[in-house]
Design a protein around this ligand. Structure first.
Ligand SMILES: [Fe+2]
Length: 245
């Protein structure tokens, strides 16, 4: 069997609508209603994973909330928010002590060498009690062949901008977004070779690949919270049809 070579960020577009994938927006909206009491601060939702991006968590925690649908298999989910912040801070200082900033950054793409299992998104695949029987799980599993990791619903509040940042190369994991509530002026922004690109992603049931290996941001200068289903795929099988621009 020939295993296709994993494509790196420059071999993939900045974003792409996934052909043949469709999510029922009405079902996603009713799931949102059912989960409305579950919004969490990024520290609490991401636990130690915040240590991968401490500045991002710090700059955006007031404007960005999440509902986790899968969690880390190694995480103590009963820990308080205070201890989640402490856990994150202590991981950041451990990383600062042990690694140069460049090396710490590169750790994100070296899944088996991460200093803690919490820092590896591939460990964030355990369904929450709610997600076990959620139609979201069914829609993802029926339409994707790769394992979905770090499944969550994310909210960028009205009037907020997500700080520009880089997550990881698509050889590590493949980021997928399904906008649920948006407004036509809300933009996903990417920078590639010093050029800026802006795209609006409509909430029409489409799923999009996001090339989070490039610097990116989301600008929401509207009065509407942008809410999306977001997850990563553990491999690239489902984006085989995507061509680079
Ligand atoms: Fe990101």
């Amino acid at each position: 069997m020939i295993i296709p070579k994993m494509r790196k960020k420059y071999e993939l577009p900045l974003f792409a609508k996934l052909p043949g994938i469709h999510f029922d927006i009405d079902i996603l909206k009713s799931e949102l209603e059912a989960l409305d009491n579950e919004w969490k601060d990024v520290y609490e939702a991401n636990r130690g994973l915040c240590a991968n991006h401490p500045e991002l968590a710090q700059d955006n925690h007031a404007n960005f909330e999440q509902i986790g649908l899968t969690q880390c298999e190694a995480d103590d989910i009963k820990a308080s928010l205070q201890s989640a912040k402490l856990q994150c801070d202590s991981m950041v200082s451990t990383m600062k002590e042990q690694y140069s900033p460049l090396k710490a950054y590169k750790l994100k793409s070296k899944r088996h060498k991460a200093i803690s299992p919490l820092l590896d998104e591939h460990n964030w695949h355990q369904p929450t009690d709610y997600y076990h029987s959620s139609p979201i799980k069914k829609m993802i599993e029926e339409q994707f062949s790769e394992k979905a990791i770090r499944v969550r619903i994310v909210k960028l509040k009205a009037g907020a901008t997500l700080s520009p940042h880089i997550d990881y190369d698509p050889t590590y994991a493949v980021r997928i977004i399904v906008p649920i509530i948006t407004s036509s002026e809300i933009m996903n922004v990417f920078w590639k070779r010093h050029e800026k690109y802006e795209f609006h992603l409509p909430a029409d049931g489409s799923a999009y690949f996001l090339n989070v290996g490039f610097k990116h941001s989301v600008v929401n200068l509207t009065s509407t919270d942008r809410i999306s289903l977001m997850f990563s795929l553990a491999g690239q099988k489902d984006i085989g049809a995507i061509v680079n621009e």
